[in-house]
Design a protein around this ligand. Structure first.
Ligand code: AHR
Length: 312
């Protein structure tokens, strides 16, 4: 990006000149696919040239892609980090090359001066909102919960577990009986839930299933049905993301609650980048998106219709 364009402060001219690299995790979930589409659309809208790299769930591929972006001299880098650790070296290389890095939807365990800003939800809060919903729903009834965790070592898996545990901490009638990773995918969510059902008296001992994302919940719903039980009634279903398929499950009476995660992380990220490059304005270190609870009382058919086609 030329200094003269920065000095002119002309946002459209600046956008047209911008090249941004985006290291995406992969396409493990409906939410992830939507984030990819929305990011491409937001870039297009602003005339930004987006160089997209799909890491197929591997951190080593993300590191390789970021090094490639640095070598190409891009103006900025977006990265959705698959796990929290192991980023310090490559982020330092970007910093030394004076390329601002923006984290999308997940965090890293690295010094904060290695990235410009992080656009993500409050993932502990998401877990807490899900847990509070369960606490309010079951009251004083005994409730054995099974938990499907996200990708091991990722910040949403760590934080959504923490928040949920915080919410149920004072409730001796609610306990997490089993907890295992389903890697944020529908197929693994189904597979792990099948194991939980077998281990818990064919599912008859399970009161609720908490999944760290909707895709795993949708897989688990299928497993519950295959076991001859009614998801949403025999086993309560609560998860995170608010993708169209979970609203379809709510319409069918098979899911009870979800916490929304917007797929539009790129909009706020590009706004922050624009203000930084144009006016030297340092953005907030953490730009936090909303975490709204949806239940069948919140017009799930309408929410499905609103979202379908928006990149999902
Ligand atoms: O990091 C956000 C999480 O990653 C979403 O909740 C999940 O669906 C995705 O795979």
């Amino acid at each position: 990006l030329s200094a003269s364009v920065i000095a002119l402060g002309c946002s459209s001219a600046m956008a047209a000149d911008l090249t941004v690299g985006f290291s995406q995790i992969g396409s493990e979930s409906g939410w992830r696919a939507a984030e990819t589409s929305v990011t491409k659309l937001e870039a297009e809208k602003r005339g930004i040239e987006l160089k997209f790299a799909d890491a197929q769930q591997k951190q080593e591929n993300q590191i390789k892609a970021i090094r490639g972006f640095i070598a190409q001299g891009v103006d900025a880098i977006l990265v959705a980090p698959v796990v929290a650790t192991g980023w310090e070296d490559v982020l330092t290389e970007a910093k030394e090359a004076e390329i601002p890095v923006i984290l999308l939807d997940r965090g890293v365990d690295a010094p904060q001066d290695l990235y410009l800003t992080s656009v993500a939800s409050d993932q502990v809060k998401e877990g807490r909102v899900a847990g509070e919903w369960l606490v309010n729903t079951v009251g004083d009834k005994p409730c054995k919960v099974v938990e499907l965790q996200g990708t091991v070592g990722s910040t949403p898996a760590i934080n959504r577990k923490k928040g949920f545990e915080e919410a149920i901490a004072g409730k001796s009638n609610i306990s997490i009986a089993r907890s295992q990773t389903g890697d944020f995918t529908r197929a693994k969510g189904k597979e792990v839930m099948e194991g939980f059902l077998k281990a818990e008296n064919g599912g008859k001992d399970i009161c609720a299933m908490y999944a760290h994302n909707d895709d795993m919940a949708v897989g688990a719903i299928q497993a519950i049905k295959d076991a001859g039980l009614k998801p949403g009634t025999d086993i309560l279903v609560v998860s995170i993301d608010a993708v169209p398929d979970i609203f379809a499950a709510m319409v069918a009476g098979e899911a009870n609650a979800t916490v929304e995660l917007t797929p539009n992380m790129a909009g706020p990220a590009f706004d922050a980048l624009d203000a930084f490059l144009k006016d030297g304005k340092q953005p907030e270190k953490f730009i936090i998106t909303e975490s709204k609870l949806y239940t069948p009382a919140d017009n799930p058919q309408g929410e499905y219709d609103n979202r379908k086609g928006l990149g999902y």
